[in-house]
Design a protein around this ligand. Structure first.
Ligand code: GLC
Ligand code: CA
Length: 610
């Protein structure tokens, strides 16, 4: 296994803190004006689907200023009382997202699917699963979002299909079927008997062998994820063409981008030789949560050929005239150099490979954050970083909590996300402080890995619970009396939109203010990010700097003690010592000078240098 971070690096215990001194924070906050951030169309439109997307997407760099909000559709809003969220539910909540300041919504898969992996097993790439609605509902969502200047981003699952997809049904029907070579089929090892003579020791991300025996055609097929998710053969030009047509299909319906699922897994090493085992420091082989000897992923992940496909996906996206379709990658890679490569040598591949080094490092440590944020600033060839702290595959932000100051730690993480030079991606419910709520017994588990891995791996249900809209029945997610697909977490009584809206010092209002500040402040939007006071391991401090604009400074206290800091600005050629406070932790006082800024426990200060 490569070094950190790996896919689904799931920290079940809380991230360790250095100290635990309690301190009460009282409240106060600056009001920030809301201003528009997108300039008008900067190049001519031609007659294609451009008309269906929001006007701001005519700006080729729109994604650099954007806030992308991930929605897990099953869990956002149920409109028809079946306990499962749906497209009409999302449409009914667009005004909320508009008020929050969202520019684009990433929808996890809504295509027809047997739902083994809750949509990541697709049986038809050009339809909508009836659980979520109809194509007319989808078109209405796109149109209503556009009215509010919000774009829709689809999740494109290219690595694998469902085993119920007609392509795979044909592929497994016979060794001579024209679709046979659309998937990865191999003979078993000579001399052995199925299912024990797998072609090699490769493992599924979800546990056990990545090979599944097919008795009818007497071969194994490869599946990097569930058995019901056979991998496509990306060496086959017919597969590529079919998927680029899928890309065009959704662009023509007005989507503004794609999140490319498991994109680093498209290719396998053509030798199909065994992987090495992952060793522990004592030399023994690591055993994973599923009880398997863990193998490395050098032969199944991040092969150089991935970039050939990325370039073709890019070309296809760029056929769209008059607007920019953005390509985002699910990219758990282990180094900044690997991340850099995914933008393409000539910046002709992904626009936004997700930077998992910052958000999913899962160490509450100033020097780690400093290093990783600085790597993104200096190691990506000037490309736009995409930061993200939460998604539907990992425990929520409260993994960083200390149990006493979680609210403040939540504020701090949001400040790092929104006051950095990045495209910001967040997960539904972050803004109100929804917490990870894993199942308490095996029979409650919905995510299959939680069943295979129980109790070491409880699955991903805990981060997929229904959105908490209010403190009423079913938290406003579904009608009273309905059994929701996952239980409503007990926290909904206090952690919900309705109660946080009127509370000026709520986490929700902190998010709104940060988002508005970033939108209205040119330095925070685009300015360079320079780490300051780099020998301080209690407080993370940085400068944002843009030509002709006032500089902005930020400090985040990573400890439970009050910290007093002095911004080292002279080394950056800045002589100003006083600052106008842009945002600060509720209750903190305004500093008289940047030489003496007092930060409460886990406190945040953002100021404009005068
Ligand atoms: C991605 C998705 C995850 C899914 C897997 C297989 O990692 O985010 O939810 O299970 O791909 O498609
Ligand atoms: Ca529903």
């Amino acid at each position: 296994m490569r070094s950190l971070p790996t896919r689904f690096r799931r920290e079940r215990t809380r991230v360790r803190h250095t100290s635990h001194m309690a301190r009460r924070i009282v409240t106060a906050c600056a009001a920030i004006a809301l201003t528009a951030c997108f300039s008008p169309a900067s190049f001519a439109q031609s007659a294609d689907a451009a008309g269906k997307a929001p006007a701001f997407t005519t700006k080729p760099t729109w994604y650099k200023d954007a806030l992308i909000y991930e929605i897990y559709p099953r869990s956002f809003q149920d409109s028809n009382g079946d306990g499962i969220g749906d497209l009409n539910g999302i449409t009914s909540r667009l005004d909320y997202l508009k008020t929050l300041g969202v520019d684009a919504i990433w929808l996890t898969p809504i295509y027809p699917s047997p739902q083994v992996d809750f949509g990541y097993d697709i049986s038809n790439y050009e339809g909508i699963d009836p659980q979520y609605g109809t194509m007319a509902d989808f078109d209405r969502l796109v149109a209503e979002a556009k009215k509010r200047n919000i774009g829709i981003i689809m999740d494109l699952v290219l690595n694998h299909t469902s085993d119920k997809h007609p392509w795979f049904i044909a592929s497994k029907s016979s060794k001579t079927d024209p679709k046979r070579n659309w998937y990865v089929w191999r003979d078993g090892k000579a001399g052995g008997t199925p299912p024990d003579n797998v072609p090699n020791n490769w493992e599924s991300v979800f546990g056990h062998s990545a090979w599944q025996w097919d008795a009818k055609t007497q071969q194994y097929y490869y599946h990097r994820f569930y058995i019901q998710q056979p991998d496509l053969n990306w060496d086959n030009p017919a597969v590529r063409k079919a998927m680029y047509d899928v890309e065009r299909f959704w662009i023509n319906r007005g989507v503004v981008g794609f999140r490319l699922d498991a994109i680093t897994s498209l290719f396998e090493d053509p030798t199909f030789s065994d992987e090495d085992y992952v060793k522990l420091p004592d030399g023994s082989i690591k055993i994973n949560a599923y009880g398997d000897k863990e193998v490395k992923t050098d032969k199944t992940d991040n092969l150089p050929k991935v970039n050939d496909v990325l370039k073709e996906l890019r070309k296809t996206a760029d056929e769209t005239k008059g607007r920019k379709v953005v390509l985002i990658g699910e990219t758990y890679v282990s180094s900044i150099a690997d991340l850099r490569r995914l933008y393409g040598e000539n910046n002709d591949a992904l626009d936004l490979p997700m930077d998992m080094q910052v958000g999913f490092i899962n160490k509450f440590d100033v020097s780690e954050f400093r290093k990783n944020i600085n790597d993104a600033e200096t190691g990506l060839g000037g490309n736009e970083p995409l930061f993200v702290f939460d998604n539907h595959d990992n425990p929520r932000w409260d993994r960083y909590g200390d149990g006493t100051h979680n609210q403040d730690i939540g504020r701090m993480l949001a400040a790092i996300l929104f006051a950095s030079r990045d495209t910001a991606m967040m997960y539904y419910g972050d803004e109100i402080g929804m917490v990870t709520t894993p199942p308490t017994s095996k029979d409650q588990v919905k995510d299959p890995i939680g069943i295979t891995g129980w109790p070491k791996e409880k699955g991903r249900d805990g981060e997929r619970t229904p959105m908490q809209w209010n403190d009423g029945p079913n938290a406003g997610f579904s009608k009273d009396g309905v059994k929701t697909w996952l239980p409503i977490p007990p926290s909904y009584k206090t952690v919900n939109v309705k109660s946080e809206v009127p509370d000026f010092d709520s986490l929700l209002n902190w998010y709104k203010q940060l988002i508005e500040l970033r939108r209205s402040n040119a330095t925070l939007r685009d300015g360079q990010q320079i780490m300051l006071n780099t020998d301080n391991n209690d407080v993370l401090m940085w400068l944002r700097k843009a030509d002709g604009q006032p500089a902005v400074v930020v400090a985040c206290n990573f400890t439970a003690q009050t910290q007093k800091v002095s911004f080292d600005l002279s080394s950056q050629g800045i002589s100003g010592k006083s600052a106008k406070t842009l945002m600060k932790t509720p209750g903190a006082s305004d500093p008289a000078s940047l030489d003496a800024v007092e930060l409460p426990a886990f406190g945040v200060y953002i100021g404009q240098v005068q």
